[in-house]
Write a protein that binds this ligand. Structure first.
Ligand SMILES: O=C(O)CCC(=O)C(=O)O
Ligand SMILES: [Fe+2]
Length: 224
């Protein structure tokens, strides 16, 4: 969502080819908390934490997350990563593919503007990538809680994987919230703030949020 310039019809597009091999039970909380440290609010260091919701929103946060700084590689702080080689290998492999995907998307977005394929990549500079693993436990009363409050993402493009097909992501369009139903093997691509800035507002950084589910937990993985 948010892939198309503001003056074009609004629609989503699936990019298929992803297998949910990581499905099943993802032991985020145990894995992250026993091996890493708490994320410092406002910092971009790796670590685990809970979502922050401003007191005036009236909704309580209902999210655990695990933030990993992954690119540039020199900024990886392995001391904050779970100390399991299989985890590290999987994250390294996955984030490399996400890096390639986002670079390719930046090329497509540039070409779509009638500019050189490298335009957005050069405007954004060296790729800084974070991986945010979100875990929303089932919430007995979703009317008083929100998983992730309304926001835009800060980077270039966000590649979001919604696991287990649990609906939760919503995007804001003309003042209305629309659910983004997970499709098997598809990523959600969100245009984020830096692409809006570098395209002079032709691409819009999409406002989005995640709501919680009364019976099912939800996991999403965002690379931005
Ligand atoms: O869980 C989701 O679908 C959204 C997560 C998100 O927006 C984020 O991590 O920035
Ligand atoms: Fe987001």
């Amino acid at each position: 969502m948010g892939l198309f310039p503001g003056n074009q019809p609004w629609r989503g597009q699936n990019s298929h080819g992803v297998h949910e091999g990581a499905g099943g039970d993802f032991p985020l909380a145990t894995c992250a908390r026993t091996s890493t440290r708490r994320h410092k609010k406002g910092s971009n260091e790796s670590g685990y934490g809970t979502g922050y919701v401003k007191p005036d929103t009236g909704a309580r946060d209902w999210r655990d997350y695990f933030l990993l700084r992954t690119y540039p590689e020199s900024m990886r702080d392995y001391e904050t990563w779970p100390n399991r080689q299989s985890f590290r290998d999987a994250i390294s492999k996955y984030t490399l593919e996400m890096k390639k995907l986002s670079e390719r998307l930046l090329e497509c977005l540039s070409i779509n503007l009638g500019l050189s394929p490298n335009y957005l990549k050069e405007a954004l500079g060296e790729l800084h990538q974070d991986l945010m693993i979100n875990h929303y436990p089932p919430c007995p009363d979703p009317s008083v809680a929100i998983g992730a409050n309304k926001h835009t993402d800060l980077g270039g493009v966000t590649c979001l994987w919604q696991l287990h097909h649990v609906v939760g992501l919503q995007v804001l369009k003309d003042g209305e919230w629309y659910p983004v139903t997970p499709a098997p093997g598809a990523y959600i691509i969100n245009v984020a703030d830096m692409v809006e800035l570098a395209s002079n507002g032709i691409y819009k950084s999409i406002q989005h949020r995640a709501v919680v589910n009364p019976t099912k937990r939800r996991i999403s993985i965002a690379a931005f």
